[in-house]
Design a protein around this ligand. Structure first.
Ligand SMILES: Nc1ncnc2c1ncn2[C@@H]1O[C@H](COP(=O)(O)OP(=O)(O)OP(=O)(O)O)[C@@H](O)[C@H]1O
Length: 310
């Protein structure tokens, strides 16, 4: 069976500068896959090429096994796209606009009315069906944007920064909707907000400087940076000079009379070494735990690596 989307060695050059280089990935399941990268990383370029808005300089895109270059029309029927700025005709009512979008997607005339009703229902906009789009709030316009992307029930839904410009309540609602849609669609969603990707996505593809720097599950991303510190509670914390004698310990940060953070280099097995030493030295250890790296640290580390790779 063909992958829902396969991108092979995709590169694109605007005028003289390369925006993306050698981007390759494959998605085979429903659920949300996050395309993460800071501003200018190459997310929109990648998505615009996948959706047929832009023609790549090099590489291939297959949507549900169909080569986008060879059969663009058929490939486009397999996907729905919400670009960064939703392409809405604001003088249309919601119903008129979605009917038009369904027609553009080449849907059979007799199926359109029902498809519009289903898309409005799924995105929670049925009560606004006769309202002009220009009279909708930003959050509801975004829902119309998502409705037009799913109206033809595509295998793949591509959402370019879908929560950008929404207020906090609208963001929560939009995320809920995206999760619901991802139950029976494959959603590729771009964002430069790490916490958003973490909340929504099963898998993550991170690009920086136009190149993929990480592609794996969200769990693997969270575990990427090995812990480098541990939180230790003792009856009384010994002086730093004593603690530094434990092999691997590099620095001590005193947090209270009974608690400190101990930085170490090398393997996380240091907890075992530390427990042994504290028994031998009668330090009266009460609690010890490795501190998990913060997601932001991983992001910084990977972005930093790619700056050197450029
Ligand atoms: N039409 C264009 N002409 C020339 N350069 C462009 C054009 N569009 C994008 N670029 C450049 O290509 C690179 C990638 O841009 P792209 O918009 O794909 O990044 P992005 O990750 O989507 O960023 P953002 O989140 O800010 O939209 C950037 O250096 C950008 O300046």
């Amino acid at each position: 069976m063909s992958a829902i989307v396969r991108v092979e060695k995709l590169s694109h050059r605007y005028a003289s500068a390369w925006a993306i280089r050698d981007i390759s990935f494959e998605i085979n399941k429903t659920g949300v896959v996050g395309l993460l990268g800071s501003n200018g990383a190459g997310k929109s370029t990648t998505m615009n090429i996948m959706c047929g808005v832009l023609n790549q300089t090099e590489g291939e895109v297959f949507i549900n096994g169909i080569d986008k270059r060879v059969n663009a029309r058929l490939a486009k029927q397999q996907l729905g796209f919400l670009p960064q700025t939703p392409p809405l005709y604001t003088d249309f009512t919601v119903n008129e606009f979605l009917t038009y979008a369904a027609d553009l997607r080449g849907m059979e005339k007799k199926t359109i009315k029902q498809a519009v009703a289903i898309a409005m229902d799924r995105t929670g906009i049925t009560h606004f069906s006769e309202r002009l789009i220009k009279n909708l709030s930003g959050g509801y316009r975004q829902r119309v944007g998502i409705a037009q992307a799913i109206i033809h029930r595509p295998k793949l839904v591509i959402l370019d920064e879908p929560t950008n410009g929404l207020d906090p309540n609208q963001i929560i609602e939009a995320r809920k909707l995206i999760k619901e849609i991802a139950i029976d669609h494959t959603v590729l969603l771009s964002s430069h907000v790490l916490s958003e990707i973490n909340l929504l996505c099963r898998d993550i593809i991170m690009i920086e400087g136009g190149r993929i720097v990480f592609a794996d599950s969200m769990d693997a991303f969270n575990n990427y940076v090995q812990p480098q510190s541990m939180l230790v509670t003792m009856e009384v914390i010994p002086p730093e000079s004593e603690l530094l004698k434990v092999p691997g310990v590099t620095k001590v940060q005193y947090l209270s009379n009974t608690q400190c953070r101990i930085y170490f280099s090398g393997s996380a097995d240091i907890t075992q070494v530390f427990i042994k030493e504290s028994v031998q030295r009668n330090w009266r250890l009460k609690e010890i735990g490795l501190e998990k790296s913060l997601l932001d640290d991983v992001f910084k580390q990977l972005s930093h690596q790619s700056q050197f790779a450029r």
